[in-house]
Design a protein around this ligand. Structure first.
Ligand code: SF4
Ligand code: SF4
Ligand code: SF4
Length: 771
């Protein structure tokens, strides 16, 4: 990923755009943060928020006219937040603090003519930038017009305290300035390098301003220039009347222009967000109850309690639509814009940071974020691209996906891979490809479905057993994926390249994306054409869990529903179902890279309904069932086992059993359908092991297969390379069948071995390396 791509990705997430209130306020006061602090009763924190963005906060917070309310998101649910009333309450409650000290002093002088709100604000901003400011006030006191206009809101001591802050910033004042005398402006320009005219208290006719076609004086915002160089102005009445916030804002913009004027840089460049602007932030109102504005019982504005109550109505506008629905995004405590930068840094700067690797590898690539995001940000594309780049540069830690990739190798190896025409046929009109995980979970069911297909459909139904390559795709292993797909195509071509009936939605997603030349048929549509019925009446209704790989595939979702409903099975929809369905935690190899998070995903999914679940993906079925949710696969209803009993409690096979199931399925089919010889079991697999349930559970959690344990003991017993504990008599042996090293503690029995403990690690001590 290069800088340009990074920026493109980042710009698509709008979470850091300001809320409507901030964008619409001419001063961009952070009303969201202010309300947040006030709702929590944090008055000093609220005052700090004002101090950060509001000039002369002791004055302005009391007289703000609240232009931001016009577009507050709360307007759509009860009425805008009374931000200006909150500011007032904040100014009344908070102990005023001194503004931060100014920047280092500068040489340039500025004369501010008139101590109106625009002039005082310009003085405040310029003094904070370090300029030498003198206010030339024609009246006998500073801020005379303000004191008069807001006599009830601005007590004398409040005005004096704020003027005192200006003095501390180094602002000098000259009262009764002869502003109407001829040559006054020339004298100001002789003594100062720039002048600001506070047109809220000066008569615009007396000054060199631009005029519009009707002769009305104009000061263009936000540059605030006049007809004379070095002279700036602001504070003219707006068409709707005088607005304190606009007057202050024009004083601030003029201060920015004067600063740029002194520095000789453009007055206009990059100033499109000085005033109100359009924000792209999206905020959903889903679940927001309408609530009217809090009214004050007294006449002096909100008291503490009322202010906190009104502040509590603020929606704290954010987007975070993706974070609301995705436990992965929630777990890493940020949002895609931030994750993009983290991923970029990991790829281009510190490749291999543990936290960033975890982030990149924990996404289930399910695509729900893209579905709910108003800007269609596809976190799955970003994470997958990052994985591919890490693999290409050999920076992907093997621990992230190795277990799943070895399982893929197993499915493409001699124990499972199979391609045959239907017995008695030498061509196939179609092929049934159940996928590796249905075979791992419910091998007898694969057999029953195949029996049904080959006896119901004409022309011969061939069978292919293998893996579609999904684990390689999810792990970012492009070469391995290519090899898997080549293997798959080799078998498919060997059977005459007919249409392929798929039972697994992930197979459909992977094969559909990479092999457009293959005609893929949906098992559910095919079964519908065979007049299939549910074998036994089932209790219901079932809440249907759509596998995440069917999100972009409405046809598959509809096909399974149609078949089930026609068979009389009652279904209920989950809140997050259909195109908004959630992943079970297996997709994208989340459960391999971050098992803890994958467990949380199942817990959340399980809690979405009290009904039992029905799904049509073998892994979803097994993961939800293992997570304590009674869940059936749709095939459990159409192809129940011989007992015909309740399919809900079907056992969830462990990792070892999943391999064993595949190997037995292939061996059984070869023997019974094609009358072929089955190869002898390798010698290590004939070792008999005694494993307590507790040790068995540990093996599952550590993803250690029974076969790995058998390999360790077999080579230890053959070679004699093992340790014997002098006290317990337990044997300890280690062996590295592939990248991981396995250790097993065991005791020989008369006809087998009892396993006490097993663990694995990936530490490799290379010859010649020093710690
Ligand atoms: S949904 Fe997520 S990715 Fe999209 S804009 Fe909102 S926070 Fe950003
Ligand atoms: S609800 Fe709160 S954050 Fe949202 S626009 Fe209104 S004041 Fe701002
Ligand atoms: S692809 Fe799925 S798991 Fe990944 S961020 Fe999006 S919603 Fe979350």
């Amino acid at each position: 990923m290069d800088q340009k791509e990074l920026q493109e990705w980042e710009s698509r997430c709008i979470e850091e755009n300001p809320p409507l209130c901030v964008a619409d306020c001419p001063l961009h006061v952070d009303a969201r943060a202010l309300a947040g602090r006030m709702a929590a009763g944090d008055w000093p924190g609220a005052w700090q928020v004002l101090l950060r963005t509001m000039p002369l906060p002791g004055l302005l917070a009391r007289i703000c006219d609240g232009p931001c309310r016009r577009r507050c998101k709360r307007v759509e649910a009860g009425g805008a937040i009374a931000v200006n009333e909150l500011e007032r309450a904040c100014a009344a409650q908070a102990t005023p603090r001194r503004p931060p000290p100014p920047l280092p002093a500068r040489e340039e002088r500025v004369a501010v003519v008139g101590a109106g709100l625009a002039g005082l604000t310009a003085a405040w901003e310029l003094a904070r930038k370090g300029y030498r400011v003198t206010v030339q006030e024609p009246g006998p006191v500073l801020a005379g017009e303000l004191r008069e206009r807001f006599s009830t809101l601005l007590p004398t001591q409040t005005v004096e305290a704020e003027l005192d802050h200006l003095t501390r910033l180094g602002v000098r004042a000259e009262l009764k300035a002869p502003v109407e005398e001829e040559g006054f402006l020339d004298r100001c320009l002789a003594e100062s390098q720039a002048v600001f005219l506070s047109l809220d208290v000066l008569n615009p006719r007396d000054w060199p301003l631009e005029r519009d076609a009707g002769g009305r004086p104009q000061v263009p915002s936000p540059v605030q220039t006049t007809a004379r160089e070095g002279v700036f102005g602001g504070g003219l009445d707006r068409p709707e009347g005088p607005s304190p916030v606009w007057q202050a804002a024009e004083g601030r913009w003029a201060a920015t222009s004067i600063d740029r004027y002194f520095q000789g840089v453009s007055l206009t460049a990059g100033r499109d967000k000085d005033g109100p602007f359009e924000t792209r932030l999206f905020t959903s109102l889903e679940g927001v109850e309408p609530a009217p504005m809090v009214t004050s019982a007294g006449t002096g504005g909100y008291d503490d309690r009322e202010a906190a109550q009104e502040a509590g109505r603020c929606l704290q506008c954010h987007c975070l639509e993706c974070v609301k629905v995705c436990p992965f995004l929630e777990r890493f405590a940020a949002y895609p814009k931030k994750y993009t930068r983290e991923i970029y840094n990991n790829l281009s700067i510190v490749m291999g940071a543990h936290q960033a690797n975890k982030l990149i590898n924990s996404c289930s690539l399910c695509g729900l974020c893209e579905q709910v995001c108003p800007e269609n940000f596809a976190m799955q594309d970003l994470c997958l691209a990052a994985r591919q780049e890490m693999v290409r540069r050999s920076k992907m830690p093997p621990s992230a996906h190795e277990f799943a990739l070895l399982d893929l190798d197993f499915s493409l190896g001699p124990d499972f891979r199979l391609a045959r025409h239907q017995p008695g046929h030498d061509t196939s009109a179609r092929i049934f490809f159940p996928g590796c995980q249905l075979a791992a979970s419910a091998p007898a069911q694969v057999r029953r479905v195949y029996d049904h297909l080959r006896t119901s459909l004409p022309g011969g139904v061939g069978l292919m057993l293998a893996c579609c390559g999904a684990p390689a795709e999810w792990a970012g292993q492009e070469e391995k994926l290519t090899r898997s797909l080549e293997t798959w195509q080799e078998d498919w071509r060997g059977l005459g390249s007919p249409p392929v009936i798929l039972a697994c939605p992930s197979c459909r997603a992977v094969l559909g994306a990479h092999l457009p030349q293959v005609e893929l048929l949906d098992l559910w549509e095919v079964l519908a054409g065979t007049g299939l019925q549910v074998q036994e009446p089932q209790t219901g209704p079932w809440a249907i869990h759509d596998p995440c790989s069917t999100r972009p595939d409405p046809r598959a979702r509809e096909a399974v529903r149609a078949l089930l409903e026609r068979a009389g099975v009652e279904l209920a929809e989950l809140r997050l179902g259909g195109e908004l369905t959630e992943c079970c935690g297996y997709g994208g190899l989340m459960s391999t890279a971050n098992p803890d998070l994958a467990g949380e995903v199942v817990r959340r999914r399980r809690a979405q309904s009290d009904l039992d679940y029905l799904t049509y993906c073998a892994v979803c079925r097994d993961r939800l069932a293992a997570g304590g949710k009674r869940t059936v696969h749709a095939l459990d209803l159409f192809f129940p086992d011989e007992t015909g009993g309740d399919p809900g409690p079907r056992r969830n096979p462990g990792w070892s059993e999943r391999r064993e199931n595949r190997a037995r399925l292939k061996a059984g089919l070869k023997r019974e359908l094609w009358q072929e010889e089955v190869a002898e079991m390798e010698p290590h697999r004939r070792l008999k092991l005694v494993i307590s349930p507790q040790v068995g559970e540990e093996l599952e959690q550590r993803r250690i297969l029974i076969e790995d344990v058998q390999k360790v003991i077999f080579q230890a017993e053959e070679s004699g390379r093992k340790l014997v504990h002098p006290r317990t008599g337990h044997h300890l042996a280690g062996f590295r069948p592939y990248k991981a090293m396995f250790w097993v503690e065991y005791s020989p029995l008369e006809d087998g071995f009892e396993i006490h403990k097993a663990y694995s690690h990936r530490m490799e001590v290379k010859a010649g390396t020093r710690p």
